[in-house]
Design a protein around this ligand. Structure first.
Ligand code: SF4
Ligand code: SF4
Length: 79
C-alpha cells in the first residue's frame, strides 16, 4: 500500500525540446527562470535540454506556459 498522495510533475519531451530554437544566442531555456521553485535546470549547460527534479516539482504549470515548443507536459501519479 502506498501512502503517497496525488502528485503532478512536469516532464520534458526530449524529442521536441530544442534550446537553440528557444534562445539562438545563449541557448538558455526560458522555462528555467519561469520556475519559481527552481526545480528545472540545464544541468549540462546552455544549448542542452533541461531536466526537472520531479520530486520537488509543484505541478504549477509555469514552465509549461514558458515553453514555446510545447516540449513540457504534466504527468499525474497517484489516486
Ligand atoms: S523552453 Fe521548452 S523547448 Fe525550449 S529549451 Fe526549455 S524545455 Fe526545451
Ligand atoms: S511545474 Fe512548476 S514547479 Fe514544476 S518545474 Fe514547472 S514551473 Fe517548476
Amino acid at each position: 500500500m502506498s501512502l503517497q498522495s496525488k502528485k503532478s510533475f512536469a516532464t520534458i519531451d526530449y524529442e521536441r525540446c530544442d534550446p537553440k530554437t528557444c534562445d539562438p544566442d545563449k541557448g538558455l531555456c526560458p522555462a528555467v527562470p519561469a520556475c519559481e521553485h527552481k526545480v528545472i535546470k540545464q544541468l549540462d549547460g546552455p544549448f542542452e535540454a533541461p531536466m526537472v527534479f520531479q520530486d520537488m516539482c509543484m505541478g504549477c504549470w509555469d514552465c509549461i506556459e514558458a515553453c514555446p515548443l510545447d516540449a513540457i507536459g504534466m504527468k499525474h501519479l497517484g489516486a
